[in-house]
Design a protein around this ligand. Sequence first.
Ligand SMILES: [Zn+2]
Length: 258
Amino acid sequence: MAELNDVITFLGTAGARFVVARQLLASGGAWLSFGDTQILLDPGPGCLVQVAKRKLDPSKLDAIILSHRHLDHSGDINIMIEAMTEGGTKKRGTLFVPADALSEDPVILSYLQAYLQNIEILTEGGHYKVNEVSFDTPIRHKHPVETYGFVFRTLQHTFSWITDTKYFDELPHYYTGDLLIINVVRLDPGAPVDHLSLPEAKKIIEEIKPKAAILTHFGMTMWRAKPWELAKQLTDETGISVIAARDGMRFDLAQVKK
Ligand SMILES: [Zn+2]
């Protein structure tokens, strides 16, 4: 039997309000296809449309993971739960969310929760499993709502995704792996201070030293500065292969040199 690959499909690369509101870039999150396990991460506005456009089948999803409740990450989460469960006709799939996504002012409609096989609450230091894939949420991020990043372990690869957060000194220490994905909203440090900027991303990459890094979740200042040129510059400066994600980009983890 041919070995199944681990592939990440970027259903969007937009971060922050204006790039999302004007859809200068798509904002659908990411589809993680790890062997025969299918996971949807942060289904922001337009996720359903992006999934259809990329010919992905939501009824094949095993899990939906939400890093935090902000709208640019959760906008399409309800319709994606409905799609995963075929309109609630099949009780299936696991939803992983921080507690505040379900508590006051919930971002997940209560009638949809009954469609799911399982709801697991993300916590600091948590360890979770979806079939053969496991992931950790090592540290609560510094962000206005409860937010986690992830260290994923598939049968073949380990990689980390640093989602929205303000920079803090211990941050890089928690994220390891051959590949590092970072949400980089700002070109320069500054307001809104609860997101990472490019110089902070550089510092993190230099400290973690992954074999490759991918930048995504671009705000207006990053987008205007042409992320692909910034990524090339970071590659030259750090000696680590840095790529700027593109809407619809499929990244096969086998591309990361062992
Ligand atoms: Zn956020």
